[in-house]
Design a binder for this molecule. Structure first.
Ligand SMILES: [Zn+2]
Length: 359
């Protein structure tokens, strides 16, 4: 193995399985980067092309809504339409960047199941027209619900998705952090069965879902969403290894049978990221750090040209400021710094130079 190649562009179905297997065999993971508009989408594809890495572009429900426009009166509709519009943009452009791109949507809790189903309505129409799914995968995060209900819903939705060759990302255990409304501090002495995914639960998911279709698991091993003070993140990547070993033993399959996902990795130790990747993590979410990179560069641009953001023409000497306040100038500065931050992510995850796309 290791010789697998794919055509550049959006990958799904068996091709997505090939890509996930290539990551695990090659000992690297792909960054899954949150996007909110064409600027961030294009910066992600540019970064992947520059680094010769494949990449995952993902949208949260809020990111999809922003893509559609905050002015649309029906927010729920905007979350669906924005996701559809964003995916069409990526389908149009991805192959021209010469790398493989996975299209994915992020966390959907119980309240957001209708969002996922709305995207699937559009996805089925797209599939009918093109023979390809609109998204490579969606995520359902029902980790706050009882495990049996969580897995039952995942099975129901995966049945529908598998018909189009789509993959489902699920979440087991609770990942702390702002997104989930949980405080940043862990009490290590507390009942940590809630904070760390149990390998038995992962096996349960494998038993139920693997006969239906392709799926991946975001497991909690002490990871948190957002950036916290050093010392507050106590990662235990061995939980991932224990889950892999249990599934491997129970089903008599090869090493690292599970496709694992690392959520809330911002600010974590590079050694532990490497260890997690060795246990079959093929996808690591990144959002906080790329948001900051974009804004940091825009802030620096404004600091450098403060008058251009107050006056069209210099009130003292009549110099026109158009070349500074043109939004393309400062948006481009943001894009370029996002590319720079993503270059670091590709290096940390070992995916730089490893794209399996061949024209
Ligand atoms: Zn998560």
């Amino acid at each position: 193995m290791g010789a697998s190649t794919l055509k550049p562009g959006v990958v799904s179905g068996k091709d997505y399985d090939i890509l996930m297997a290539a990551c695990k065999e090659g000992g690297y993971a792909l960054p899954a980067v949150n996007a909110t508009g064409t600027n961030t989408v294009n910066a992600i594809m540019e970064a992947a092309a520059v680094n010769k890495s494949d990449v995952i572009i993902q949208f949260s429900n809020g990111g999809a809504q922003f893509f559609a426009g905050q002015g649309l009166p029906d927010g729920d509709q905007a979350k669906v339409l924005g996701a559809v519009s964003a995916a069409q943009h990526v389908h149009m452009l991805a192959e021209h960047y010469g790398v493989c791109v996975v299209l994915h949507t992020d966390h959907a809790n119980k309240k957001l199941i209708p969002w996922v189903e709305g995207m699937l309505d559009h996805g089925e129409a797209f599939y009918k027209e093109t023979g390809k799914p609109l998204y490579s995968s969606h995520m359902l995060d029902l980790s706050e619900e009882p495990i049996d209900w969580n897995l039952g819903e995942c099975a129901r939705i995966l049945e529908r998705m598998a018909k189009m060759g789509m993959s489902l990302e699920i979440e087991l255990g609770v990942t702390g952090g702002e997104e989930d409304g949980i405080g940043g501090e862990f009490d290590e002495s507390a009942d940590n069965s809630k904070l760390y995914t149990q390998p038995e639960d992962v096996l349960k998911a494998y038993d139920l879902l693997s006969p239906i279709g392709s799926f991946s698991v975001a497991a909690s091993f002490g990871n948190v969403h957002g950036v916290y003070k050093p010392g507050n993140v106590k990662l235990r990547p061995e939980i991932l290894k224990n889950s892999q070993d249990l599934v491997q033993r129970s089903h008599n399959v090869g090493q690292n049978p599970l496709n694992l996902v690392f959520h809330g990795g911002s600010g974590s130790d590079k050694g532990q990221i490497k260890e997690a990747v060795g246990y079959g993590v093929f996808k690591m979410n990144i959002d906080t750090d790329t948001q900051f990179a974009f804004s940091e560069a825009v802030g620096a641009f404004v600091d450098e040209h403060p008058k251009a953001f107050k006056y069209q023409i210099d009130p003292e000497d009549g110099t026109p400021f158009k070349k500074f306040y043109d939004p393309r100038k400062w948006l481009r500065a943001g894009e370029q710094n996002m590319v720079k931050r993503l270059t670091e992510a590709f290096e940390d995850l070992g995916s730089k130079g490893k794209s399996i796309a061949r024209a």
